[in-house]
Design a protein around this ligand. Sequence first.
Ligand code: KG4
Ligand code: ZN
Length: 350
Amino acid sequence: MITLGIETSCDETAAAVVAPGPRVLSNIIHSQIPDHAPHGGVVPEIASRAHVEVLPDILRRAVLDAGLEWTALDQIAVTAGPGLAGALLIGVSAAQALALALDRPLVTVHHIEAHLHSLFLAPELPADNVLFPVAALVVSGGHTSLMRLDSRRSYALLGRSLDDAAGECLDKGAKLMGLPYPGGPEIERLAESGDPLRFRFPRGIVTDSGTLAKGLAADACFSFSGLKTALRYFLRDHPDRVRDALPDIAAGYQHAVISALVERLVTVADRIGARTLACAGGVARNRILRNRLAQVATDTGRNRVLTPPGYCTDNAAMIAAAAVAGWGRAVTDPARLDIYPTWPLAGVGK
Ligand code: KG4
Ligand code: ZN
């Protein structure tokens, strides 16, 4: 199935064509970061307007880059949630129009499931490198989820952040430090020359399992809002350090986020007997996180699979590839497709 994927859930307008394999035939991404950066974060209305403006051209370029005609497409796949309502609507409307005009099937894809599936986008990934069960982290700007993957088609959610996502925590922390949006890469850059152990920040242990949804374990869940508050007070109380030790503060803050992610992943991996550690999503671009995961996988005798850096942040190749692999939900009447801004993770193939 040659699939056109469309992604507009947040601040990237993206379209891609993927063939079985998966073979990514084209992957066009328009980042809106310059539009949102002056505001210090994503402004939903600006995101929707920018999607409307650029999506038609992005779609044309995706088909052209793949060296195909529109009629060569076998199906259309679109992110229907979770995400910003106004932003999702733009991609979904375009997908509906294309499915109706081309008379092709339309499937919806869950954005976080697509991030999870992006693990399999590594062209060099030998099939036997992914030994199941896999303990997988999906860490993005909007979500932090810990999953058990039992096959390329079936997963269960074991834990998640109860407040801020890891990427959100980095973005908000960066803002407090006076760094531009998005904060994750900025903190990574600044932290390169810093000492991660000079200042210690809390790692946010979740102790109250009474409030957790069924199936979630406290030691597989995250809480990042306290970390952000600790940074706020630290910066308020140590203005001198902000001037002369910002790289050390950034490194310490990043270290707290990454340590929480790695520690929970290993806890879950031990419990489920995972043979592979995996990580996907925008924060998985972070080189310190990638190195820590590589090290801990080696230390614990497990394989590791990390989404290739180019497919970590939002893109449509992961949407199309997820659909090619059967992770999409068929839409019976494309004229009646809705959006799901808070679409929960339910597990596939269960
Ligand atoms: O997956 P993504 O593009 O969008 C969502 O689905 O949310 O993730 C965006 C997040 C942002 O919070 C951004 O700061 C973070 O990924 N990010 C990084 C890095 N690159 C992007 N965080 C840490 N280190 C990076 N190099
Ligand atoms: Zn995303």
